[in-house]
Design a protein around this ligand. Structure first.
Ligand code: ATR
Length: 304
């Protein structure tokens, strides 16, 4: 094992490896607290692959330069694949050569598969957040099929959750958000892209989630950043929720006020860790065609 580097950000990023070691890269800003290197490296080791996973901090104005360097690393046979996180999931689209159907529908990329074609690097964007939502719910024995689903938020993560609900043939899809217009835009855009899905819908501000709608809801996915800081209130109150409601909170760094209320009310719920591991496992499957050791990946996070 030598100390080597891969040059993606402003400074080369060091890693331990040999001349044939494949490097997987997470692009984001900030990324120093990301848990992805923890569970991805645990998985790569368990699979016995000569590969490492590193996080690279790339500010928004350096994204184009970073992707150009990723192309160089692809041609050199050094790069195994890429994950993309906040704030680049949408901005990276214009730098890629192709998108798979899910990434095109959701309009966001969290995974890039890399290869060479005719000596040139070829980068395909994918979105495994949708699978992350589906599998996190599946682990808990929850299906969105024929269910009333509420998505809280209207950003990239909300689009993935709403697309998962449409794919699962949810009976009702509600999208509520601080900025009502963003919720309406999200729903309108996704419904156009899924013309064969006709759930009952509503979209607008948080106030649209009436007591009656909350009583009917069976799955609520919280995707906003509200809850990341200790003092953050919950975007929606669960007082009128049915005991059959399942709450999927995408925040995992701490217990959000929403998750706290869900637990206090005795509702079934999950924080963002299962979803995080499942989206990463789907990325690893796409890059390596190996079946990821999901339970081991989850266990690798217990001390973090
Ligand atoms: P992500 O890709 O993680 O979904 P994003 O695209 O930046 O991130 O979306 C952030 C989401 O969190 C949006 O729904 C945003 O609401 P607005 O559309 O009104 O901006 C929501 N959000 C961020 N800060 C919030 C806050 N303080 N209160 C309520 N919602 C908030």
């Amino acid at each position: 094992m030598d100390a080597r580097t891969i040059h993606v950000g402003a400074q080369p990023t060091p890693y331990d490896g040999g001349p044939r070691t494949r490097v997987f890269v997470l692009l984001g800003h900030p990324v120093q607290h990301s848990l992805s290197p923890v569970f991805q490296n645990a998985a790569l080791r368990a699979l016995g692959l000569d590969a490492v996973y590193v996080a690279v901090d790339v500010p928004s104005d350096e994204l184009g330069a970073a992707v150009a360097r990723l192309r160089d690393a692809t041609r050199a046979g050094q790069l195994g694949g890429v994950n993309v996180t906040v704030p680049h999931k949408t901005a990276i689209l214009e730098h890629l050569d192709a998108l798979d159907d899910t990434a095109r529908a959701v309009g966001a990329v969290n995974t890039v598969c890399v290869t060479t074609r005719g000596g040139q690097a070829w980068l395909q964007g994918r979105n495994t957040d949708v699978e992350g939502v589906q599998r996190a719910l599946g682990d808990a024995g929850i299906s969105m099929r024929d269910a009333a689903v509420v998505v809280v938020g209207a950003g990239g993560a909300a689009r993935a959750a709403a697309w998962a609900a449409l794919q699962a043939r949810a009976a009702t899809l509600g999208v509520v958000n601080r900025t009502p217009e963003n919720a309406r835009d999200l729903l309108e855009t996704l419904l156009v892209r899924a013309p064969d899905r006709r759930p009952a819908t509503y979209a607008g501000g948080f106030d649209l989630l009436s007591a009656e709608r909350l009583r009917e809801a069976r799955v609520l996915v919280q995707t906003t950043s509200l809850g990341m800081r200790a003092a953050d209130p919950s975007p929606v109150a669960l007082d009128d929720a049915s005991h059959e409601l399942f709450v999927l909170e995408m925040i995992y760094a701490r217990e959000s006020a929403l998750l706290h209320q869900a637990r206090t009310l005795g509702l079934r719920c999950a924080d963002g860790r299962d979803m995080l591991v499942h989206q990463g496992a789907a990325s690893l499957r796409a890059w390596t065609h190996h079946e990821p050791p999901v339970e081991l990946m989850k266990r690798s996070l217990t001390s973090h």
